[in-house]
Design a protein around this ligand. Structure first.
Ligand code: NAD
Length: 361
């Protein structure tokens, strides 16, 4: 089993081999200059992470709330000339102080703003889920390709040591071939504001699957290293029908892989669960907590995992910045193509839940 020391050494020594990419716009500064769009809870974490990062600078803000212009501008030392609202956002195209635009808006707004960011000629990061369906992901990918800019999805767990160990054990078949994954995430939001956008179909795209299940689909794919070929799914009972008028409260599904592996998942806004479990031909390995902000815990049938607990947003931002500053393509597993693969599976999960049939992906 690799230890904390091995992990740190591997991180330092790793050089990922990348395909030769097209010519991306040069980032002109020594640090990647980032603008955040949508100044909510997660943007706050990203902003704080950028402030302590080595390779990024927070240089721009986009918000529809005038009081946030003042408050965030002061707190993060962002000059007024780099603060935009949703109406004048496109003017960011002529701002030479911004290299990358990071979309942290409600899911249903990702596509519009990612396309506008690409048209402004800036590199684009989009929060998870990349969009609310696969067709919208394709629109974003095409816009970025047309503009010749990089596109990434905020998949922070690809830089998180405990999840990276799950990927290594599964994909490298360290304990044999993975036959079963159980990947589930849920928390109880019965106290939430009934006007929260997560409950609004247009803004959220759906319920627990869009917000939480995306991580489970990701995990099933990154533990096995395989693409599922079909899915069966079912909506769970509604405990709070007055809240969940437009979106699902709970979804259960099974992904089937060509090698007969199965991944079972629950995504829920009522059950508390945060767990990844993999059963392989010669052992098993698991994390719980697995997906939230940690502290992560994990073990295999051979040993407890012992890795550093990291500032996930800082590590993500620094890694992304290093690729873009070096004009190297972002790795496939955090690219827009990865976001699209997940949304294809999620589209199929909804079709399976609605029809009650096994659906091909
Ligand atoms: P939030 O509600 O805290 O923030 C959303 C922001 O969008 C707010 O500043 C709000 O003012 C703004 N906004 C603009 N137009 C809006 C509209 N019409 N309705 C509602 N808000 C509007 O949400 P959040 O938790 O920060 O989530 C934002 C995105 O980040 C989502 O896509 C979410 O899935 C993602 N997220 C990712 C992680 C992660 O760990 N990677 C964690 C949380 C959220």
């Amino acid at each position: 089993m690799p230890t904390r020391r091995d992990f740190i050494r591997n991180m330092a020594m790793s050089s990922i081999v990348l395909p030769i990419g097209m010519q991306f716009p040069k980032a002109k500064a020594q640090k990647l200059r980032v603008a955040l769009v949508g100044l909510g809870r997660y943007a706050r974490l990203l902003a704080d992470a950028i402030m302590v990062s080595s390779h990024c600078e927070l240089k721009g803000l986009v918000t529809g709330t005038p009081s946030k212009e003042e408050e965030w501008g002061k707190k993060y030392n962002v000059p007024k000339r780099n603060i935009y609202n949703y109406q004048n956002f496109d003017e960011i195209a002529s701002n030479k102080e911004i290299d990358l635009i990071y979309i942290v808006l409600p899911n249903g707004m990702h596509m519009e703003y990612a396309v506008r960011a690409a048209k402004a000629g800036k590199h684009v990061m989009v929060e998870k889920p990349m969009a609310t369906n696969a067709a919208d992901c394709k629109v974003i990918i095409e816009a970025c390709e047309k503009a010749g800019v990089q596109l990434g999805v905020g998949y922070r767990l690809h830089f998180e040591p405990y999840n990276m160990e799950m990927m290594r054990l599964g994909q490298e078949k360290v304990l044999g071939e993975v036959r079963l994954v159980d990947a589930s995430l849920g928390y109880n939001i019965e106290q939430t504001d009934p006007n929260d956008w997560h409950l609004n179909k247009k803004l959220a795209g759906g319920g627990a699957l869009q917000n939480l299940g995306v991580y489970c689909v990701q995990a099933a794919r990154y533990i096995t290293g395989l693409e599922p070929v079909s899915v069966k799914a079912e909506y769970g009972p509604k405990h709070f029908p007055e809240l969940f008028k437009e979106v699902e409260e709970t979804l259960y599904w099974q992904l089937h892989f060509e090698n007969k592996a199965v991944a079972t998942s629950t995504a829920s806004y009522v059950y508390g669960i945060d767990r990844l479990y993999a059963s392989a031909s010669q052992g098993h390995f698991e994390l719980s907590p697995a997906i939230s902000y940690g502290p992560f815990r994990g073990r295999s049938n051979q040993a407890e995992f012992d890795f550093p607990q990291t500032n996930q947003q800082q590590v993500q931002m620094d890694k992304i910045a290093q690729y873009i500053l070096a004009e190297k393509p972002l790795p496939d597993h955090i690219s827009g193509y990865e976001g699209l693969r997940d949304l294809k599976v999620m589209d199929a999960i909804y079709r399976a839940a609605e029809t009650g049939k096994r659906v091909s992906i």
